[in-house]
Design a binder for this molecule. Structure first.
Ligand code: MCN
Length: 793
């Protein structure tokens, strides 16, 4: 489709340039790649949640058709392969590092969750490998399992790792516990809630996939990997294998959705690279959907006790939050940091509660490990705070918006340092809420409720305000909090002699529209054509360094690196232009791609300068040929995106079914690069937040530890008719103050406020019949059951 893109196109609704290949079926995913002589890996996985492995007999599989190798934990041990590395080591409150039980690529002696890899069969076809895998005999002695974090901490619970007595990985506290105790002791009103944040699974359209190709001559391996963070994978795999990073190239081609779940390192990646190096032939592994449910990281799974002290006017005085975060059977790449660092930091939220204390305990259970999934810690924090705000309003008999109005941090308090650490640079939370209430016609709700009542329906309205840490994050702070990687981003801009631009960026586009928005930034900064920009991401051999795409960081951090590299291009070009036009550098201005000498008609375009730079014939003394510049940007703070959600629902009292009626959001994501992409990002986030609230639950049988939702027959991914077209507004009045674009992230925004708003709406609908609490997901059965209890009450 043709479109005219202005050169200063920041803020323009430019259609996504990367979509054409997908629309004509020419995307290139790992599964599309095939090599002569390639082999297929099929994993033998534990059917037990907790068991000792007493014997593994591979003999029956060994001679089977097409089988090239059958490898077990013993082979990995013999090859001295290390454990799957942690990339974030949370500290306990006393400063001691979290417990670090090793996670071996293939189990050694014991399995701790259903789906844990025990052996891998490598054969000429996937079918032959699967047949042989069926013939491998593993003897297990099953052990008692535990899936719930409270039960796991209880006396007598099965012990999951020797390294972590009582199944406790870390306990971290933030804030002033004594001040909170005093506030609670002296407050006229104290509210306490027990909250469950349900466990959810990711369901990206493309399941995980890897293909490793070893070059025995150079002794280097290339891993094609469906990942969001190729440099992180290179670091993790080479660390586990004990080889230098230069021996591994990781390429993330087109990736069919990541949502955080592909932003970490998994055993299969290390195993496929190890096997390819060992056998000397390409080895591929494509996850099945069933495997995804028992091997992809899952998310949320918090049990929280939250206590809010307030005065009779609804002013919040103190907040205590105690959360047990279910880590699963092993600590995934960033698993500990999601509740320990991200969630815990956000529990002041948008409110000026003077005293806050948060304690988070990471707990092992016999379940799939948990880690980041869209929102990663922020939906959990928002859920706690907004449920409390609603409960406060109910207790006081006050309008839910009014309670919030009385407690929101005002814009003139910015920059605002919360009692638990973060300093918000900008944000006008009251303004966002008032805009939202007007857009959603909050005050006109009672008429709509009455109207629904005429047809026998219960109608409810929910409100949730949020602030989040997007643009993850300052490396120094992350390092202090236990990160083992930096969180900067890199960009390199190469300008050809004809004005064509190649951008190499350390982020990875798997649906976010980077090719388009990055080109908009470059076209705007350099005054070059949008169409002239080519974006390269996702290849450790081409891109100097990168952290990857997660934590809604690509624009705020990666975009800022691009902006800085563009500034360097402009400055180098200015030197050349001054030399060629025989002027002083300070007299040469730059705007819209043109260098001009003020007060004269002498000018040269950046494309002309690029030509000169790339020829190198007439450069000023000391200026190197070429017009390539690179920049590393490390933010000094998070970008605090914020906003609010209002949702209206109807409940059918006969069935407990919910129908979404109206959905409004107002978001402050600072400077908006492409409003159309942002709208779509918020839409996607909403779908996932609505999914968590209404239909999704990664459930386990508490006795056996078997997953009960191991396929789409049991796991409720929301369908189109569960969702709704939302109305959204972007408020650009509060740009981020510490990055050159003024941008905050938006990739996760939709998922953050939606669960709290929906639960608020359902409780509002059911309040007339006495229902005051309900757990997600809000399935028809759960709502119907709550209505029966509420009725009696
Ligand atoms: N954008 C903008 N103006 C801003 C902020 C963002 O125009 N002020 C645009 C960006 O240019 C980018 C998109 O919105 O094209 C998202 O930007 P950003 O908020 O920086 O988020 P990231 O690009 O870093 O993407 C990560 C984020 C996360 S954490 C998850 S999870 C997620 C999400 O993006 N996973 C996704 N969106 C997804 N979308 C798709 N299709 N697939 C996924 O797996």
């Amino acid at each position: 489709m043709s479109q005219t893109v202005e050169r200063g196109s920041i803020g323009q609704e430019v259609l996504r340039k990367e979509d054409r290949k997908f629309l004509i079926g020419k995307g290139r995913f790992v599964d599309d790649m095939h090599l002569p002589g390639e082999l297929h890996a099929i994993f033998v996985r534990s059917p037990h949640a907790h068991a000792d492995i007493t014997a593994i007999d591979i003999s029956a599989g060994k001679g089977m058709q097409g089988v090239v190798a059958i490898l077990t934990g013993a082979d990995m041990e013999a090859d001295a392969i290390g454990h799957i590395p942690f990339m974030w080591i949370m500290n306990d409150s006393d400063g001691s590092p979290m417990k670090q039980p090793p996670r071996w690529g293939l189990a050694r002696g014991r399995v701790r969750h259903v789906g844990e890899p025990v052996a891998v069969v490598i054969a000429d076809t996937a079918a032959n490998a699967a047949d042989a895998a069926d013939c491998i005999a593993v003897d297990y002695t099953s052990l008692p399992a535990v899936t719930n974090s409270r039960a796991s901490l209880a006396a007598g619970a099965p012990q999951i790792h020797d390294e972590a007595p009582d199944n406790r990985i870390f306990s971290t506290g933030r804030g002033d516990a004594a001040a909170v105790d005093t506030a609670i002791a002296n407050a006229p009103i104290v509210i306490e809630l027990e909250l469950v944040n349900n466990r959810i699974a990711c369901a990206a359209i493309e399941a995980r996939a890897c293909l490793a190709i070893h070059d025995p001559v150079a002794d280097t391996t290339t891993l094609y990997d469906a990942t969001q963070a190729p440099h992180l994978i290179r670091r993790s795999v080479t660390e586990a294998l004990g080889i230098p990073p230069a021996k591994l190239r990781v390429v993330a081609p087109d990736v069919g959705g990541g949502f955080g779940t592909k932003g970490k390192h998994y055993p299969e990646e290390t195993i496929v690279v190890w096997a390819a190096r060992r056998i000397g032939r390409p080895v591929r592994w494509i996850s099945t959907r069933s495997e995804a449910f028992i091997s992809d990281t899952q998310a949320r799974d918090h049990l929280t006790t939250a206590t809010l002290a307030l005065d009779n006017n609804g002013i919040f005085l103190g907040l205590r939050v105690n959360t047990l975060a279910n880590m699963g059977a092993y600590i995934s790449t960033f698993g500990a940091s999601i509740p320990g660092a991200i969630y815990s930091a956000l529990l002041a939220g948008v409110y000026r509660t003077p005293a806050v204390y948060v304690e988070v305990t990471g707990v092992l259970t016999n379940t799939v490990p948990t880690d980041a999934y869209r929102g990663a810690g922020r939906p959990e924090a928002c859920y706690v705070l907004e449920r409390l705000a609603d409960a406060a309003a109910r207790k006081l008999g006050m309008d839910r918006a009014e309670v919030r109005r009385r407690n929101l941090i005002p814009a003139n308090a910015m920059p605002y340092t919360t009692p638990i650490g973060p300093t918000y640079d900008t944000g006008d939370f009251p303004n966002i809420m008032e805009k939202l209430l007007i857009a959603a016609d909050w005050n006109g709700f009672s008429a709509r409720r009455a109207e629904s009542g005429k047809s026998g329906k219960f109608r409810g309205i929910g409100l949730a305000m949020y602030v989040e840490t997007s643009g993850v994050a300052p490396s120094k702070l992350a390092g202090m909090m236990g990160a083992r990687i930096g969180f900067f981003e890199s960009a390199e801009i190469r300008i050809d002699g004809d004005g064509g631009v190649q951008l190499l960026a350390g982020t990875h586009n798997h649906g976010q529209g980077h090719d388009t928005t990055y080109a908009q930034i470059i076209a705007s900064k350099l005054g070059l054509s949008f169409d002239a920009v080519t974006v390269v991401e996702g290849d450790t051999e081409k891109v100097q360094m990168g952290t990857g795409t997660f934590g809604s960081r690509s624009i705020a951090v990666g975009g800022s690196a691009i902006s800085m590299a563009a500034d360097k291009i402009i400055e180098k070009g200015r030197k050349i232009a001054a030399h060629l036009m025989e002027a002083a550098e300070e007299d040469v201005g730059f705007a819209d791609g043109i260098y001009a000498i003020s007060g004269t008609d002498r000018k040269m375009s950046l494309a002309e300068i690029a030509d000169v730079a790339n020829l190198g014939h007439v450069l000023p003394r000391g200026v190197e040929p070429g017009l390539n510049e690179s920049a590393f940007y490390d933010p000094s703070n998070f970008a605090y995106s914020n906003g609010g959600h209002v949702v209206e629902i109807e409940i059918d009292p006969d069935t407990g079914c919910i129908e979404l009626q109206r959905y409004y959001v107002v978001d402050d994501i600072g400077t908006v690069i492409n409003p159309m992409i942002v709208h779509a990002q918020i839409h996607g986030g909403l779908a996932q937040g609505i999914g968590q609230a209404l239909t999704e639950s990664a459930a386990y049988d508490p006795d056996s530890g078997q997953i009960l939702s191991g396929s789409f027959m049991d796991y409720g991914i929301p369908r189109a008719d569960d969702l709704i077209n939302f109305k959204g507004e972007l408020d650009e009045s509060q740009p981020c103050t510490h990055n050159p674009l003024g941008a905050k992230g938006c990739g996760e925004s939709g998922s953050i406020g939606s669960p709290a708003a929906l639960v608020g709406a359902v409780l509002d609908a059911l309040e007339p019949i006495g229902v005051t609490d309900i757990e997600m997901p809000l399935t028809p059965l759960r709502i119907w059951q709550a209505m029966q209890v509420g009725d009696k009450g």
